[in-house]
Design a protein around this ligand. Structure first.
Ligand SMILES: *[C@@H]1O[C@H](CO)[C@@H](O)[C@H](O)[C@H]1NC(C)=O
Ligand SMILES: *[C@@H]1O[C@H](CO)[C@@H](O)[C@H](O)[C@H]1NC(C)=O
Length: 454
């Protein structure tokens, strides 16, 4: 994840501004959807004015995103974390009481997977989130859009039917796929707000090219995609909405890059082997849930927080639940800065260096996870404080509750998390880590068939 805003207002923005003036503010540049000027007077405005406005439109997009993120962060993250726990406890109790003939105890899955008509009721998924990203509605209030074309020939003027055409639209869309496909993106897939990408029922790979960028937007759900072998791309023009495209500098090759964005939910994806992070969230992003994913074959898995000095990331609130951190992983599951991170009921079966790390005083609340340490005697510690003296990190609130620590794994608590009063106050009876197996057994992309329970 690179520093800074990666849109460069290019020389060509002058041209863009000019075309926008000619087209009216929402026209597709060079496409038949250009509907002519809405305002005859606009075309008489000077080029310089138009280009100044294109730049200030970018700035106000950023400002709006920052305000939205500040509003999306909750005042009391402990309350959200404790609701997640109650939801899990209720859901696992329902399962053992046999109320649901197909309940797994996983509250997200039990919310929709028992419905044999899930493919008709796809939007139900939007009501099933938990944790900080629970209010992400994605494209719930929009139409369905079916991707029929796996191509990505022109990232500035994407063809209707492609995934890129769908994700840049200004209206909410619930995006599905006509058939199995592998999509190799030429440039980053720069999403617009209020979109769900729903891979259920088909086998969709976003692979071997650029991957997903969620920048200065809100309300995105990404569900059921294989995202892997993402490569650095950039130094190219890319469209981000019907009315905006611009020059992108190099992207690092994250599978999912979240930048200045809020209300984001990544669920049941299989992520592996990318040039940079698998899910990275930075620059004041918040209200995020990362759940039910299967992570494999990767070094720096999740970076949450931009730099130690970027204090705006203190609004970052992320729930990490029911994921399987599997074979071939090395570190950063996640690596946190500032913010509040609730890591609950995940299965850590492989790490080479450490599982959870951080710097710059993040709060880490680890509950009911299963941590299986590697055989290397020097890599048994779950936690790592990055480049910080103990005299400083001893005050960071890192706590472990109900975690199952196997093969010599140990979690070093600190701050309030290390105090005896925390241990007393926080005993929540049930030991959900004994259920991690069942809760995460279907992590990653599901193979759902139309017409039967998924
Ligand atoms: C630029 O923005 C200003 C302030 O919003 C507006 O008054 C002006 O008409 C805009 N100019 C153009 C060319 O759109
Ligand atoms: C859990 O179940 C209890 C008892 O049925 C109910 O009062 C509570 O609202 C439930 N909480 C959640 C978060 O589901």
């Amino acid at each position: 994840m690179t520093a800074g805003l990666r849109w460069i207002p290019p020389l060509l923005l002058l041209l863009l501004g000019f075309l926008l003036v000619l087209n009216g503010s929402r026209g597709w540049i060079g496409s038949e959807r250009s509907s002519g000027s809405r305002n005859g007077g606009a075309s008489r405005r000077s080029l310089r004015e138009a280009s100044a406005n294109a730049t200030s439109a970018d700035a106000s997009l950023e400002e709006r995103a920052v305000t939205r993120a500040a509003e999306a962060a909750v005042d009391d993250p402990e309350e959200v974390a404790s609701t997640v726990l109650t939801t899990i406890i209720n859901s696992t109790a329902r399962r053992s009481l046999g109320y649901l003939s197909c309940g797994s105890g996983n509250p997200i899955d039990d919310c929709w997977r028992c419905d044999p008509d899930w493919h008709v009721n796809r939007k139900k998924l939007a009501d099933c989130g938990i944790g900080f990203g629970r209010n992400a509605i994605g494209g719930r209030d929009g139409e369905l859009y079916v991707v029929t074309d796996s191509g990505d020939d022109d990232p500035v003027n994407p063809r209707p039917g492609t995934l890129r055409y769908a994700v840049i639209q200004d209206v909410p869309l619930w995006i599905t796929f006509k058939h199995d496909m592998e999509i190799t993106l030429k440039e980053e897939l720069i999403m617009n707000s209020f979109k769900t990408i729903d891979g259920r029922g088909v086998n969709v790979h976003i692979a071997n090219g650029a991957c997903i960028t969620i920048q200065y937007i809100t309300n995105v759900i990404i569900h059921g995609l294989h995202i892997h072998d993402c490569k650095p791309t950039g130094n190219a023009m890319v469209r981000s909405s019907p009315s905006h495209y611009g020059w992108r500098t190099m992207a690092d090759g994250d599978a999912v890059s979240i930048f200045g964005s809020s209300h984001i939910w990544v669920d049941h994806c299989s992520l592996s082997n990318c040039a940079d992070g698998l899910v990275d969230a930075v620059m004041g992003s918040t209200a995020i849930t990362v759940s039910n994913n299967y992570f494999t074959h990767h070094n720096e898995v999740m970076l949450l927080g931009h730099t130690d000095s970027y204090a705006r990331d203190s609004i970052m609130q992320v729930t990490i639940a029911f994921n399987h951190f599997g074979e071939g992983l090395i570190q950063r599951m996640p690596r946190c800065r500032h913010g509040y991170f609730h890591v609950v009921n995940n299965d850590y079966t492989h790490w080479e260096m450490y599982a959870i790390g951080g710097s710059a005083n993040p709060t880490i609340n680890s509950q009911g996870n299963r941590y299986l340490a590697p055989t290397n005697p020097f890599a048994k510690e779950v936690t790592k404080r990055v480049d910080t003296d103990q005299s400083t990190w001893k005050n960071w609130n890192w706590r472990s509750e109900g975690d199952l620590l196997l093969n010599g794994a140990f979690f070093t608590p600190s701050g309030a998390g290390a105090s005896a009063s925390y241990a007393r106050a926080s005993s929540f009876g049930a030991k959900p880590s004994s259920l991690v197996d069942t809760l995460t057994s279907d992590a990653g992309v599901l193979s759902c068939q139309v017409g039967t329970r998924c």
